[in-house]
Design a protein around this ligand. Structure first.
Ligand SMILES: C[S@@+](CC[C@H](N)C(=O)[O-])C[C@H]1O[C@@H](n2cnc3c(N)ncnc32)[C@H](O)[C@@H]1O
Length: 414
């Protein structure tokens, strides 16, 4: 009844917000060709120089979202080499791919940690030209393991480079709250009754109206890493806060521009671009990253390009007709083989294997998703029944299992 299909492209709603690709960005020449010189912003947040494999925390079933509920940690992506020369060599093709899609008036942001940024600065100067270097942004993440034998390491570095002097930049799009204590200012009321911040310097007194906007410098201390309980958290390792990307996207692009992230992880850049009415291009080679990112983007129309699993898993799902629509009910899906052991005492329920699913049609070799359900903090329980209008083409199902494998099926009546 349900036949596996090797359809790789999916479209959600009208697809107008952007595209998400599961690919090694350094080998995705053909996929990235249409975006050559097209992106107003390219943000790259490559893996850190560490031998460890970062783990993706996946909740098991609806109960997984309860405090202390069952969850597993799946290997999501490997760190880059610790040796600086080897790190730079691993990064070089990613930087080249990013620069290739950057528009002549675009801005490149490269996010690095304290161990490696000095080496990459020299690399970027060579690739973008010394004149292209604009800022070294210090992001004080607001955390860091307590240290007794050195100063606590609390910051990342984000390099900002431009291809040309004519690059777009508008600092007024990212106002910040004035912090009177940091700026040695006092809050006072002036003779006209207005609230002002006063600053005395060189024998002179300066007064700034309290409602005058302030703008960020190259030291960002007002954006914190996501806490464990933050509602933004997806479980994907090294997920960045939306507020960080908002500042980048707002200052360096306009609505309608293309914002690209070739190491998109959980899709923070893509979600932020969509929220700010920019188009997005997201690439990641980790299926877990693409799965986590897709879940955050279903509220927008986008395309996804991902390999379809060729294994034997077949869903138990029924199709019924109502006036003008089909109802597709998912009853069961085989539990995938995972590279980790399940928590003791956990017994999977019929739909626990499914992280997200969509119903729609195959049209011109593309799966057109018309109704989607995904497990999130707000919707831990999947909808068992999806409803789709009666359109031409075979009815199809896309299922992403909790191991982040994407399965595609078409319905054949018997
Ligand atoms: C630090 S994480 C990015 C986190 C992301 N900024 C977020 O907010 O979730 C780095 C990502 O780079 C991806 N990556 C590493 N090498 C890649 C490559 N050659 N092509 C595509 N993705 C790559 C990893 O799979 C990982 O998801």
């Amino acid at each position: 009844m349900w036949q596996k299909k090797a359809v790789t492209r999916s479209q959600y709603a009208n697809g107008s917000a952007g595209i998400l690709l599961e690919a090694d960005a350094t080998r995705a020449g053909d996929l990235l060709k249409p975006y050559q010189s097209a992106a107003a912003v390219v943000y790259l947040d490559p893996p850190r120089p560490t031998q460890t494999t970062a783990a993706y925390q996946v909740k098991l079933g609806s109960d997984g979202y309860l405090p202390g509920g069952p969850e597993i940690a799946l290997p999501a992506f490997n760190g880059f080499p610790e040796n600086p020369e080897a790190y730079s060599a691993a990064l070089e093709p990613l930087l080249a791919a990013g620069i290739d899609i950057l528009s002549p008036s675009g801005t490149l942001f490269v996010h690095l940690d304290h161990r490696i940024h000095a080496y990459v600065k020299i690399q970027l100067d060579k690739l973008m030209g010394e004149a292209g270097f604009i800022n070294e942004i210090i992001w004080e993440r607001g955390t860091g393991a307590p240290a007794a034998r050195h100063f606590n390491r609390r910051h990342d570095v984000i390099y900002l480079y431009r291809k040309s002097a004519g690059a777009y930049f508008d600092i007024t799009r990212a106002p910040v709250t004035r912090n009177p204590r940091r700026r040695h200012m006092r809050r006072e009321t002036d003779a006209d009754g207005n609230t002002v911040y006063m600053n005395r310097s060189g024998g002179k007194t300066y007064a700034y109206p309290a409602d005058n906007p302030a703008y960020p410098t190259d030291i960002w201390t007002d954006v914190s890493l996501l806490s464990h309980k933050d509602p933004q958290r997806t479980g994907f390792p090294s997920q960045k806060p939306l507020a960080l990307l908002k500042r980048i996207i707002r200052t360096a692009s306009r609505p309608g521009d293309l914002v690209a992230d070739l190491c998109c992880g959980s899709g923070t850049t893509l979600l932020c671009a969509a929220l700010e009415e920019r188009r997005f291009l997201g690439v990641d080679m980790s299926p877990h990253a693409v799965s986590a990112a897709a879940k955050r983007l279903y509220g927008f129309g986008f395309y996804q390009e991902r390999a379809a699993d060729t294994g034997e898993a077949i869903p138990r799902a029924t199709v019924s007709r109502a006036i003008g629509l089909y109802s597709v009910t998912l009853e069961d899906f085989p539990f995938p083989v995972l590279p980790v052991t399940l928590p003791i005492g956990y017994t999977p329920r019929p739909l626990d294997a499914v992280d997200q699913w969509a119903a729609g049609f195959i049209q011109d070799g593309v799966f057109m998703a018309l109704d989607v359900s995904a497990r999130t903090k707000n919707t831990p329980t999947l909808r068992h029944t999806l409803e789709i209008p009666m359109l031409p083409g075979p009815i199809a199902l896309e299922i992403t299992d909790i191991g982040s494998r994407r399965h595609l099926y078409v319905y054949e009546e018997i």
